[in-house]
Design a protein around this ligand. Sequence first.
Ligand code: BG6
Length: 283
Amino acid sequence: MTTPQVKQQTGIGGLPLVRIETPWSMAEVYLQGATVTHFQKHGEPPLLFLSAKSRFEKDAPIRGGIPVIFPWFGKPEGKPAQHGSVRTRQWDFVESKTQADGNVTARFRLPASADLPSIVVEYVVTVGQSLCAELIVTNNSKSEFTFENCLHTYFTVGDISQTNVSGLKGVEYLDAMDNFTRKTEREDAIRFTCETDRVYFNTPHTTEIHDAALRRTIRVEKENSVSTVVWNPWIEKAKRMADYGDEEYKTMVCVESGNVRSEAIRLAPGGTSSLKVKMSSVL
Ligand code: BG6
């Protein structure tokens, strides 16, 4: 069995990363956005999708893995960028620890910045037989802090036409492809036949991605996340995205865990909020 190892390395585009090896798996986290770009269990295909056309450039989001969306989701009016301000920033690697069970925990912190005064943002990634990501926000200011968060997770699938997502039946969602109309999910399992971009509300529960081509089920379990975003750009949007391959929509699906739109978090002075997502797979 491999002994756990944590190494700081230079990755694509000269960007720094932390590489974590455990007896069961391997992961990589770029400091740019604290983006987990890779998690793979031995003997399995990668769990996370990473675009072959992703930019690995300073100040650009990485296309794939788990971009951290905070403190806003999407592009609300008056905000300078899509999906918040931290997915393009360089985070600090604070420390790593090997737990008694062999899992490795790596801790990252967002450097203090003028746009988030008195807000401490930490990110803890635990690598083992599964992947766990925890975004911890502490409000050290004297006033309430309202924010959205989302772990924008890109999962690898073998073939999107043989993939479905279960666990959202009966749930209300906003359909971005239909002028943000509010609808109720009627399907036991969501299938993909066109561009899909939805925010499901009041979903603290587990969802599963059933991937017939890879004969794998991915399970997404979460704590303190009530919103679930399901996204696949499909053919035309894939072509419009410069940092995404034209055919890559066939081999990925985003199932994102967070608290967005009407489910934004209101954090009292002195309060801490922790969004936690566990991603695991069975062949
Ligand atoms: C999803 C949104 O979360 O992210 C989509 O619901 C968006 O509307 C997608 O297209 C990708 O966003 P970006 O900014 O990374 O291209």
